[in-house]
Design a protein around this ligand. Structure first.
Ligand code: PLP
Length: 397
């Protein structure tokens, strides 16, 4: 009787995915198949692939790699994270209710509310982080729950297992956007989710040079349905994008662990600084979701947010000092999860697509700044923050 081997760790999965499997020349690194179409063997006899919108070997290799990392059956690779969310929405029928995190990514909020306005389904944005509200949230029959945890940009934590159990009780599917942590730090399918999705633009690729998405299903049946829809509506990702994303994902574990470690150091530093009003980082014991994050996640992640004393005057000065000049090691830009550190002002950038009311409801104030911590040295980043905070303090003194 053969002994069952323990499952490979994420580092091993990412390093070994599709290695030495090239049937043509035994290329060690999986080749890039750019061809749009594939020859049929003869009359009514097609091979494994026919047309790249429906299927492509390079894209499939990435889908398989990410599904293995997430513990799912298979994954559909999409042209962007939003294309992935649009794909998940195809499961819903007119009249169906989707319940989504009230502080989800601004683009998700825009997509779900616009489709709901057009009658494609109904949507309720709710505070899923508060277990006390679950009974009232689930009072109405729903078809899907869409969780983003940690949420963007306040890093609120939702109990995936508890929400997925409630959803299951009501016959609803649970979808989790795992973009902020990646499978290295959180495995939503193991906690009861049916679908996990990513903007692979962020940590999975990690190199700031590909926009892409992934939708990974727990069951093959769900995957087959989503793969059918992805081909039908044409949201599948390109071969070269998949090739680059797979190359980026090879180093996912060391990058994410390092970024998470540095973010913890910077969150501690910001918490102790007199120019700072509030810090939002699940690794801080003062964070309301700290205990849950410690149970549910394998690390606290590379994202943090904070507000400054002194309102917009301090904020503008902080941004100018942190991101100006040729030796700045923070850049004022959207996106996240890359090797380079970024500062974002959610109210005017990532969350500008939300109405001011929706932002206020989600607690996203105009004085909030979000940091995506990259792979720069922690001491260098601390010094850069210290300098920018001093400049902010001088501006309001
Ligand atoms: N989900 C989250 C949590 C995001 O932050 C983003 C983009 O910032 C998206 C989805 C959308 O992904 P994309 O920009 O790749 O379409």
């Amino acid at each position: 009787m053969s002994k069952t081997r323990k499952p490979f760790a994420e580092t091993t999965i990412a390093a070994r995915a599709a290695i030495d499997q090239d049937p043509a020349f035994r290329a060690v690194t999986p080749p890039l198949y750019m061809s749009t179409n594939y020859a049929f063997d003869g009359y009514d006899s097609k091979g494994a692939y026919e047309y790249s919108r429906c299927g492509n070997p390079t894209r499939d290799a990435l889908g398989h790699m990410l599904a293995t990392l997430e513990g799912g059956a298979h994954g559909v690779i999409t042209a962007s994270g939003m294309a992935g969310i649009m794909l998940a929405c195809q499961i819903l029928k007119p009249g169906d209710l989707i319940i989504a995190s009230h502080d989800c990514y601004g683009g998700t909020f825009r997509l779900l509310s616009t489709l709901a306005e057009r009658g494609q389904f109904r949507v309720t944005f709710a505070d899923l982080t508060d277990p006390g509200q679950h009974d009232s949230i689930f009072a109405e029959k729903c078809a899907m729950v869409f969780i983003e945890t940690p949420s963007n940009p306040l890093l609120r934590i939702t109990d995936i297992e508890a929400v997925a159990a409630q959803a299951k009780k009501h016959g609803a599917l649970t979808v989790v956007d795992n973009t902020f942590l990646s499978p290295v730090l959180q495995k939503p399918l193991a906690l009861g989710a049916d679908i996990v999705l990513h903007s692979t633009t962020k940590y999975i690729n990690g190199h700031g040079d590909v926009v892409g998405g992934a939708v990974i299903s727990r069951t093959q049946e769900m995957h087959d349905n989503l793969a059918w829809w992805a081909n039908c509506i044409g949201v599948t990702g390109g071969a070269f994008d998949s090739f680059l994303t797979m190359r980026g994902a090879r180093t996912l574990t060391p990058r994410v662990l390092q970024q998470s470690h540095t973010a913890g150091i910077l969150a501690d530093f910001l918490s102790g600084h007199t120019a700072v009003e509030n810090v939002y980082y699940p690794g801080l014991s003062t964070h309301p979701g700290h205990k849950l994050a410690a149970q549910q996640q394998k690390g606290f992640g590379g994202m943090l947010s904070f507000t400054l004393k002194g309102g917009t005057t301090a904020l503008r000065q902080f941004i100018a000092a942190a991101t100006g000049g040729s030796d700045a090691i923070f850049t004022l830009a959207e996106s996240l999860g890359g090797y380079e550190s970024l500062v974002t002002h959610p109210a005017t950038m990532t969350h500008a697509a939300m109405t001011p009311d929706a932002r206020a409801n989600a607690g996203i104030s105009d004085s909030l700044l979000r940091l995506s911590i990259g792979l720069e040295d922690a001491d260098d980043l601390t010094t850069a923050l210290d300098t920018a905070l001093s400049a902010a303090q001088r501006a309001v003194a």
